[in-house]
Design a protein around this ligand. Structure first.
Ligand code: NAP
Length: 347
């Protein structure tokens, strides 16, 4: 078994890590960290548990420690669910001697840090060697993208490999759990919609192109089509919905678009990794799907569900579809765990 720790274990994403790792066949939780507010308390006392499933017995009595490498020992991998500013300071300290699989945005766009979706760009893990050489670390940091970007890019990858994409417009309707436990006050979101999520649009626009780029001689050249995002917070607990508009250079038909997405698989499926869904993208045919409450848990929350694929009659060679992805599973904790499973298998 590989001993793992969770940094920021008491938060929204930290709780998902605990839920997903509790019965994991290869990873064994041995350390939980959080802020100084929580350090020294039993996990059960430090955490406001928000998940439907009960807090696993195995973590209730673990004493939460401060998020500092000197507070943990005998760990192989640390999963980070820290706020970005804390991650920027602490993750490099852990990476001196640990593998860090991070959800935070702090290090994502650093030149020598792999930003990876295992089905999309596993080859970016080659940057690990560059990073260790540049920074003199025995460990390393691997990051997963922003929650909306992961769901969008999983659907774009098979299309990008087959068609010439000219432009993508995406409008998101994002769940409140994406903002963390204290993120959106109920008075701001009930009976309402908030048409702004700080830095989210920029993240989608840059990370998507980075993920679909090319790695050559240790340098990523991003894909060059246009991506434009508009992001909105809605009164849904879990599951981001995205309305996607794609303009392509050449014509295609709806069936081709649907089957290209539905048939998509990648390295995690080939290697039969524990958290890999059989189908990363599930295409539904009902006119009123996908919906977050009904579709976010597809394949344990690891598949993105697509529906309403249709030709856009207003523009040439254009299509529209709607997707739902689970923001704290495929969009966060599950994404990091899949990265770690891939690293554990191939490095
Ligand atoms: P959250 O619910 O606010 O949890 C934050 C965690 O970090 C808590 O465990 C908190 O511990 C700890 N923490 C806060 N300040 C700290 C400090 N100064 N030192 C050490 N630990 C500290 O946030 P979240 O939604 O889980 O998000 C975690 C990270 O994942 C963020 O970087 C976020 O952008 C990213 N992310 C989130 C989602 C999502 O859907 N939620 C998706 C993708 C990526 P205490 O309980 O002690 O305060």
């Amino acid at each position: 078994m590989v001993n793992v720790g969770i940094l920021g274990a008491t938060g929204m994403v930290g709780q998902r890590f605990i839920e997903l790792l509790d019965q994991h066949p290869n990873f064994n939780i041995t350390a939980l960290t959080a802020s100084q507010r929580s350090a020294g308390k039993r996990y059960e006392d430090a955490t406001t548990w928000y998940l439907d499933n009960k807090m696993p017995e195995s973590v209730r009595d673990i004493v939460v420690v401060d998020t500092d490498p000197s507070q943990v020992d005998d760990l192989d991998i640390v999963f980070s669910a820290l706020p970005s500013d804390t991650a920027a300071k602490v993750e490099p300290e852990f990476a001196r001697s640990h593998i860090v699989a991070s959800n935070a945005s702090a290090m994502r766009m650093e030149d020598d840090v792999p930003l990876v979706i295992p089905e999309v760009n596993p080859e970016y893990l080659d940057l690990i060697e560059v990073q260790q050489k540049n920074r003199g670390w025995d460990g390393f940091i691997v990051t997963n993208p922003n929650c909306s970007t992961i769901a969008l890019t999983l659907t774009l990858k098979p299309l990008y490999d087959r068609f010439d994409i000219k432009r993508v417009y995406v409008s998101t309707m994002q769940a409140v759990s994406g903002a963390g436990y204290n993120g959106v006050p109920s008075m701001a979101i009930v009976d309402n919609l908030v048409p702004f999520i700080g830095e989210e649009e920029e993240k989608i626009e840059t990370e998507t192109l980075h993920l679909l780029g090319d790695l050559e001689d240790g340098v990523v050249t991003p894909a060059s089509f246009g991506v434009s995002a508009s992001c909105h917070r809605v009164a849904v607990v879990d599951g981001h919905t995205e309305a996607v508009f794609i303009e392509m250079e050449d014509p295609a038909d709806v069936e081709e678009i649907e089957s290209t997405m539905a048939d998509f698989t990648g390295l995690p499926q080939k290697l039969d990794l524990y958290s890999a869904p059989k189908n990363p993208v599930v295409v539904r045919s009902e006119e009123n799907r996908p919906q977050p409450r009904m579709d976010r848990n597809e394949s344990g929350g690891m598949s993105v569900v697509v529906g309403r694929v249709r030709q856009d009659v207003a523009f040439n060679n254009s299509f529209r579809y709607v997707l739902v992805g689970h923001n704290t599973i495929r969009g966060a904790a599950g994404a990091s765990i899949l990265n770690a499973e891939l690293i554990n298998e191939i490095l």
